[in-house]
Ligand binder design. Structure first.
Ligand code: HEC
Length: 247
């Protein structure tokens, strides 16, 4: 039992350690549905248009996205390969990590498996938590990842929001500021609801991206359960047959 508790605690650790940026921030839940192809396709488009300039996802190939999301070669070419490239390419970028580190202070990490590390709720909350902060190099800060080096890549869609801050004194007598919410001060091209829906699609795609075989597992799972069910009935009938004469 003690061993079990230890293992459970260990499993929780990486998430807890990485939750950082701002500690104990509130994360909003996102409703992930890998069977929703429309959402995954929309997410893929957003990812290519708004993230792939800076972040690579070098473990993924365009052709695989096409196969998994049921897109023809032509659809992949017109919707996802907007910046050129071939369908068999991996999702790499032109920017060199060294240049990027000079521009941003930190190189934008590869996003292939990031959502598996951070968790979907974290990424969803992060993409909706940029707010105006004139003291930062890009004029924005992030409530989920404090002092992040990333500009608000989606400000055209979301617009610009300001943080509502509450100050309170903690048990040690230190003043602490917590962000309790946001006010939209400059609207973007999407309404707040439409922006949240778009971010849900984007995170849905990023969950798929970080574990593409999940889609196949979901499909396979139904067959496995079906097999087990049939096998159970057969085993039961067999057992009855065997014990018939013994009782
Ligand atoms: C202009 C370049 C740029 C664009 C465009 C951009 N990012 Fe970033 N992003 C960065 C940089 C730089 C960092 C590193 C921040 C740091 O470590 O302080 C970052 C960090 C992140 C992180 C946090 C990584 C971590 O360490 O946990 C996530 C998640 C992320 N980006 C997602 C996205 C998504 C999704 C998009 C598309 C909507 C996007 N980014 C578009 C530059 C960019």
């Amino acid at each position: 039992m003690r061993y079990l508790i230890f293992v459970i605690a260990l499993l929780g650790l990486p998430q807890a350690g990485l939750a950082g940026g701002g500690s104990n921030v509130h994360l909003d839940k996102v409703d992930i549905d890998l069977k929703d192809r429309e959402s995954l396709r929309n997410g893929a488009k957003l990812f290519v248009d708004y993230c792939l300039n800076c972040h690579a996802a070098a473990l993924m190939r365009y052709s695989r996205i096409g196969q998994d999301l049921g897109m023809s070669e032509e659809e992949v070419t017109t919707e996802l390969l907007t910046a050129g490239g071939k369908i068999g390419d991996t999702m790499t970028i032109v920017m060199q990590p060294k240049e990027a580190a000079e521009w941003f202070g930190t190189a934008p990490p590869d996003l292939s498996v990031l959502t598996r590390v951070r968790g979907a709720d974290w990424v969803y909350s992060y993409l909706r938590a940029f707010y105006r902060d004139d003291s930062r190099p890009w004029g924005v800060n992030n409530a989920v990842f404090k002092d992040v080096a990333m500009p608000h890549a989606l400000w055209e869609l979301q617009g610009l929001q300001e943080a509502k801050v509450e100050t309170h004194v903690d048990a040690d007598g230190h003043e602490r500021e917590t962000i309790t919410g946001f006010t939209l001060v400059e609207p973007g091209s999407l309404s707040p609801e439409a922006y949240d829906a778009a971010m849900r699609d984007l995170v849905n795609f990023m969950v798929y991206l970080s574990e593409p075989s999940k889609l196949q597992r979901l499909a396979l799972g139904k067959w496995v359960l079906g097999f087990l069910f049939v096998f159970f009935i057969l085993a039961y009938l067999l057992k009855k047959e065997f014990w018939k004469d013994i009782h």
